[in-house]
Design a protein around this ligand. Structure first.
Ligand code: NAP
Length: 388
């Protein structure tokens, strides 16, 4: 049983003790449902393990019943998604799974899709904002986000509306929100570190990065923020709270590098072979995943993350280093052959020939060297190195 299924979406549920046949549960205000074994209150982790061990069926059933009761008291959130493309639709499904209302608007018309999936589509931002959703979730491309956010009719929204985003860069939307939104609006910057491909079989265990940039400590906004974040927790995501700066630093060194390698590989037109190794399969998969994302997304990762250029330079240097390592060895071999084939005055020819016996023959060297060393006079090198 996943620990996340023990979580309440409602943080204000009062502390209380709940008894089942074989165990006692402490419903804590910090949203964990914590069993209390005989020796008093246990840690959450311990408690969850304990729950899973004790009388599996009955306890879990009882526990789900309790959760159901608590969740029943919650009003589902009304979440307005702006940008309903590839990722917007993907995340909307998760919001619906958790019982929340999805309202959407986008440049293109997705009304048919929404109708079929129990969501509401609005042809423009005004119409969406008039509905006064609890949360506005920005899922537009990184490149279009500034224009989009600046064109939101903020005055039509409730003064405590929470703004969240899912952009794959974080400092940029955070700064934009802080600049544009009135002080009463909540701001939560998030980055689900998965997408329609990697999250197609569920979100369990996948990292969800977030920073509560500006949210009240108490009251309706605080509760709605917790309720919003709880959606991802309930789906099993690994919740990672970090600042937008930290995110961008880590993401440039991991996600941006991954996308870049995938993009480079896509230019090699790699194909499956009858002798694929596991490593090669991974590369094919990486290529496929990368190119299923729009180029706009990749370009956004580069343009809007201050750390991306440095990583690009690092990658370039690393490639050069590896090339140099290979070619310098090749160069050494060639040089040795050139130098050693000329017998020292008075030395026996047989000695010179024997010392070269470990070297590849002239034809192989010619092939190897032609890969890189155009500046070396290969024909000369090979001619002189051939045993006479
Ligand atoms: P994307 O190409 O980054 O964004 C597509 C979305 O942006 C669509 O909703 C599109 O609207 C909208 N859009 C693009 N240009 C626009 C313009 N000039 N004016 C108005 N709207 C415009 O692809 P995506 O994969 O759907 O990503 C959306 C967001 O999610 C991005 O910020 C990305 O960083 C983030 N994200 C993506 C993933 C992923 O795996 N794909 C994972 C985590 C986070 P229309 O569809 O109406 O044209």
């Amino acid at each position: 049983m996943a620990s996340s299924s023990l979580r309440f979406a409602q943080p204000t549920f009062p502390n209380s003790i709940l008894k089942t046949k074989t165990n006692t549960f402490f419903v804590s205000k910090s949203v964990f449902l914590t069993p209390v074994p005989n020796k008093g209150k246990a840690s959450n982790a311990h408690a969850i393990t304990k729950l899973a061990c004790v009388n599996k069926t009955t306890e879990i059933a009882a526990c789900n019943q309790i959760i159901g009761d608590v969740n029943a008291k919650l009003t589902p959130l009304r979440i307005g998604i702006i940008g309903f493309g590839n990722f917007g639709q993907f995340i909307a499904k998760g919001l619906r799974r958790q019982g929340h209302f999805v309202l959407a608007t986008s440049r293109s018309d997705y009304s048919e899709y929404c109708k079929q999936n129990g969501m509401q589509f609005f042809r423009n931002m005004d119409a969406l904002c008039e509905e006064q959703p609890d949360v506005i979730l920005v899922c537009s491309s990184i490149l279009s986000t500034e224009n989009i956010i600046r064109s939101i009719p903020i005055h039509k929204l409730k003064p405590d509306t929470i703004f969240a985003d899912v952009l794959s860069v974080k400092q940029f939307p955070r700064n934009l929100f802080l600049e544009i939104l009135p002080p009463g609006f909540g701001i939560v910057c998030t980055h689900p570190m998965f997408g329609p491909e990697s999250g197609k079989n569920g979100w369990n265990g996948l990292p969800f990065v977030f920073e509560k940039v500006r949210v009240t400590d108490t009251g309706a906004q605080a509760e709605k923020c917790t309720q919003f974040l709880d959606i991802f927790e309930q789906e099993g995501c690994r919740m990672v709270e970090m600042t937008c700066e930290e995110h961008d630093r880590h993401a440039a060194g991991s996600q941006f590098i991954t996308h870049t390698i995938g993009r480079i590989l896509s230019h090699l037109n790699l194909e499956s072979t009858p002798i694929n190794t596991k490593g090669y399969e991974t590369l094919l998969q990486l290529t496929e995943n990368t190119i299923s994302d729009s180029f706009d997304l990749y370009y956004g990762l580069f343009m809007y993350n201050v750390n991306a250029t440095e990583q690009m330079d690092n990658l370039d240097r690393a490639f050069e280093t590896v090339k140099q390592k290979l070619y310098s060895r090749l160069h050494d071999i060639l040089r040795k052959q050139i130098v050693e084939r000329v017998p020292m005055q008075g030395e026996l020819r047989t000695k010179s020939t024997n010392s070269l016996s470990y070297l590849p023959d002239g034809e192989s060297i010619k092939k190897l060297a032609s890969l890189s060393m155009s500046e070396i006079k290969l024909s000369e090198a090979v001619t002189v190195s051939s045993p006479r």
